[in-house]
Design a protein around this ligand. Structure first.
Ligand SMILES: Cc1cc2nc3c(=O)[nH]c(=O)nc-3n(C[C@H](O)[C@H](O)[C@H](O)COP(=O)(O)OP(=O)(O)OC[C@H]3O[C@@H](n4cnc5c(N)ncnc54)[C@H](O)[C@@H]3O)c2cc1C
Length: 456
C-alpha cells in the first residue's frame, strides 16, 4: 500500500502532525502498536503545561517565543474542543504566585509563573479516542495494534515492514515513537545513518508527601515548577510532574527500559481528575551532560537503573527522608515507625523495597536531589519531614537529539521527520504536539515550494 505520509506513533506528536495534515489532501496513515491512541502521558495523567520554557527547547526547535505561543494556543484550543474540562485550569501568574516567586528566590529557587490544564488519568483516554475519531472523519487512516519493525529507504521512498511482515510505502515519514521505543528508533536511525547528538542524563527521584503539605503550593500552581542549581556541583535541578492527591506508580511494561532482555519500569506519578488520594507527589530531576569518552546517557542511566533494581531485589527503592538524613538505609521493620514519625505517611506505590538511595545513585544525582529537598523545605514547611518518601529510579529518556533542518523537524535524511520525546525534541504533551505540527508544516511547505518551482 502506498501513502503520501505515514506517521509512526499515535502519541501527542503523531496526533498533532496528523491534525495539521488533515486540512490538506495527503493520503495519511498513523500506525501505533498500542490498542488506544494518546501515547504515554496522555493515557496516564494528561497535564497540559503552557510555557515556552516547559517541555520544549526553543533554540533546538528554532522557533521564537511568539511562534511557540501560537502553536500552544492551537493545541490548547484543540483539547478544549475535544471536551476537556475548561474549569480545570491553574494559572500561577497571580499575586500569590508572584509572592511565592519572591520567597523562592530568597532560597536560590526559581518558581515559574505558568498555566496548566489537567485532564486526569480517568478522562484522558476518552479525549484521545475523540481525537482519533475526529481525525478519521477528516480522512486520516489509523492502524492500531500494529507495530513497525523496520524502516528502509528505497529510492526516494520509505518502506516500512510491519509486525506481520506486510510492507507499506510512503513518500514522507514522520517518526514519533516516544521515549518508550526511542531505542528501537535509534537502531533504525543508525542503520539509515541519520545524524544525532546526545542530550543530558536526566535522573532523579519521585517524592511523596501528605497532600496538605503541598496544597498551599499546588493551589497556586497545579504543576508547580521550581528550578535550582545544586550547591555542590552547580547542576540544573528541577521539579517535574506534580500530582496533587495523586498516586506514585510504575510505568507500564510497554514503556519500560529493556536491559539485556529484562524489563525495568521507571517510577512515575499520576492523579485522577477528582484528586483521589491523601498524598501528593512530584519528581525532582537532575540534568547532567556527559563528556568524552562516555557520551551516551542511555547506557549510563541503564547501569544506574540496573544497580537500583538489584539493590531492591527486583523492585524500585523507597527511602524515608528521616533515614536518609541519619545516613542509614530504610528497613522493612521501621518503615512505619511511630517513634520516627514515619506513621504520618503511607506510600501509594504498592511495590518497592525499603533501601538506601546513596548506594544506588552516583553522588552528583544524590546531592542534587537532597539539596533541593532541603531548599524546598524552607518554602514548603513539612516537605522535609522525616516521613517524606523518596522513590527511585525516576528518569527521562530524551537523550538522543536528532539533527533537524530549520524548524521543519526533517532529519539528515530527506523527507524523514523525527518528532516528540523519542526524537529528543520535547518533554511533554504540549511540546510533543508542537513538534508534530512543525513536521507537518515542514512537509506542506516543502511541497508547496516544489510546486512553485515546477510552475515557474
Ligand atoms: C506515566 C507518565 C505520565 C506523564 N504525564 C504527563 C503529563 O501529565 N503531562 C505531560 O505533558 N506529559 C506527561 N508525560 C510525558 C508525555 O507522555 C510525553 O511527553 C508525550 O506523550 C510524548 O509524546 P510523543 O508523541 O513524543 O510520544 P508517546 O506519547 O510516547 O507516543 C509514542 C507512540 O508511538 C508508538 N510507537 C512507538 N514505536 C512504535 C513502532 N515501532 N510501531 C508502532 N508504534 C510505535 C507507541 O506505542 C506510542 O503510542 C507523562 C509520561 C508518563 C510515562
Amino acid at each position: 500500500m502506498n501513502y503520501d505520509v505515514i506517521i509512526i506513533g499515535a502519541g501527542p506528536s503523531g496526533l498533532f502532525a496528523a491534525e495539521r495534515l488533515s486540512h490538506e489532501s495527503y493520503k495519511t496513515l498513523i500506525i501505533d502498536k498500542k490498542r488506544i491512541p494518546g501515547g504515554a502521558g496522555a493515557l496516564t495523567d494528561g497535564k497540559l503545561v503552557f510555557h515556552p520554557r516547559v517541555g520544549m527547547d526553543l533554540e533546538e526547535l528554532r522557533i521564537s517565543e511568539q511562534e511557540s505561543k501560537g502553536y500552544a494556543d492551537h493545541i490548547e484550543n484543540y483539547f478544549l474542543s475535544l471536551g476537556i474540562n475548561p474549569d480545570k485550569i491553574s494559572n500561577a501568574n497571580t499575586d500569590e504566585g508572584r509572592a511565592l516567586k519572591e520567597d523562592a528566590a530568597k532560597h536560590n529557587l526559581e518558581f515559574l509563573l505558568h498555566k496548566t490544564r489537567h485532564m486526569g488519568t480517568d478522562i484522558a483516554p476518552s479525549i484521545m479516542k475523540k481525537f482519533k475519531s475526529r481525525l478519521e472523519d477528516n480522512n486520516i487512516e489509523f492502524r492500531m495494534k500494529t507495530g513497525v519493525q523496520e524502516i528502509k529507504k528505497e529510492n526516494n521512498e520509505y518502506e516500512l515492514t510491519l509486525d506481520d511482515g506486510e510492507k507499506l510505502i510512503t513518500k514522507n515519514l514522520i517518526v514519533g515513537p516516544g521515549r518508550g521505543n526511542s531505542e528501537w528508533w535509534r537502531n533504525q536511525a543508525d542503520k539509515l545513518e541519520i545524524e544525532y547528538n546526545h542530550g543530558p542524563i536526566q535522573l532523579g527521584a519521585r517524592i511523596e508527601v501528605p497532600k496538605w503539605i503541598l496544597d498551599p503550593i499546588t493551589d497556586i500552581s497545579y504543576d508547580a515548577k521550581f528550578y535550582f542549581r545544586s550547591l555542590s556541583h552547580n547542576d540544573p535541578v528541577r521539579t517535574f510532574c506534580v500530582n496533587p492527591g495523586g498516586q506514585v506508580t510504575l510505568e507500564s511494561k510497554s514503556d519500560s527500559i529493556k536491559i539485556n532482555g529484562d524489563s525495568y519500569s521507571l517510577v512515575n506519578g499520576h492523579s485522577k481528575s477528582d484528586n483521589g488520594t491523601e498524598n501528593s507527589n512530584l519528581a525532582i530531576l537532575v540534568s547532567l551532560p556527559l563528556t568524552e569518552p562516555e557520551t551516551d546517557p542511555k547506557e549510563y542511566i541503564k547501569r544506574v537503573i540496573k544497580n537500583t533494581y538489584r539493590l531492591g531485589d527486583g523492585e524500585p527503592l523507597a527511602q524515608r527522608w528521616g533515614d536518609l538524613k541519619r545516613g542509614s538505609r530504610s528497613k522493612e521493620e521501621t518503615f512505619f515507625s511511630k517513634e520516627r514519625g514515619f506513621d504520618r505517611l503511607n506510600p501509594t506505590l504498592n511495590k518497592y523495597t525499603p533501601g538506601d538511595i546513596s548506594l544506588a545513585f552516583p553522588e552528583r544525582f544524590y546531592s542534587g536531589i537532597t539539596e533541593m529537598i532541603d531548599q524546598l523545605d524552607k518554602i514548603i514547611p513539612g516537605f522535609g519531614h522525616p516521613s517524606t518518601l523518596l522513590y527511585i529510579p525516576e528518569a527521562k529518556f530524551c537523550d538522543t537529539i536528532y539533527k533537524t533542518k530549520g524548524k521543519t523537524m526533517e532529519t539528515s535524511m530527506n523527507n524523514l521527520y523525527a518528532v516528540g520525546d523519542g526524537a529528543g525534541k520535547s518533554r511533554g504533551i504540549v511540546g510533543a504536539g508542537l513538534t508534530g505540527i512543525l513536521a507537518a508544516e515542514g512537509i506542506i511547505n516543502k511541497d508547496s515550494n516544489l510546486t512553485l518551482v515546477h510552475e515557474e
